[in-house]
Design a binder for this molecule. Structure first.
Ligand code: NI
Length: 133
């Protein structure tokens, strides 16, 4: 799949890879760890309320800030902060300014939890190499 993922010759720089993204809300896979993908994404504005029934979702903020909205609270995330959305919990990420994130998600995780397909970004899209972005 991704050439760099299989290389042990050079490090990956998630920040630089995220910075090179041109589309918002369109995560790209940069590596994999056993049953999980490591992704980067560029976020701005409000995404969509969704949940992942069987998978947790890790967010690590590389640039900007992000508010994770839950039905009963909000979690404000700054650069360097890490947050895990627990499986089965409704959430909506909101970025008031450009936000670059690294995500770690089970390979089984659908972008919107599978409940709002039209807003999701297919895994085929997410696996496209950076060369073609
Ligand atoms: Ni999610």
């Amino acid at each position: 799949m991704i050439d760099s993922n299989k290389s042990i010759d050079s490090p990956l720089n998630p920040f630089k890879l995220a910075e090179s993204l041109s589309e918002y809300w369109s995560p790209k896979v940069i590596s994999e760890v056993d049953d999980a993908y490591v992704k980067v994404a560029k976020l701005k504005g409000s995404f969509v309320w969704h949940q992942h029934d069987n998978e947790d979702e890790l967010f690590y903020i590389l640039q900007g800030s992000l508010v994770m909205e839950y039905k009963d609270k909000q979690v404000s995330l700054q650069v360097g902060d890490l947050h895990v959305v627990p499986k089965g919990i409704l959430h909506n990420p909101v970025a008031s300014v450009d936000c670059l994130v690294m995500l770690i998600e089970s390979k089984a995780t659908l972008h919107t939890g599978g409940n709002i397909q039209s807003s999701g970004c297919s895994i085929e899209e997410q696996l496209k190499s950076f060369n073609s972005v």
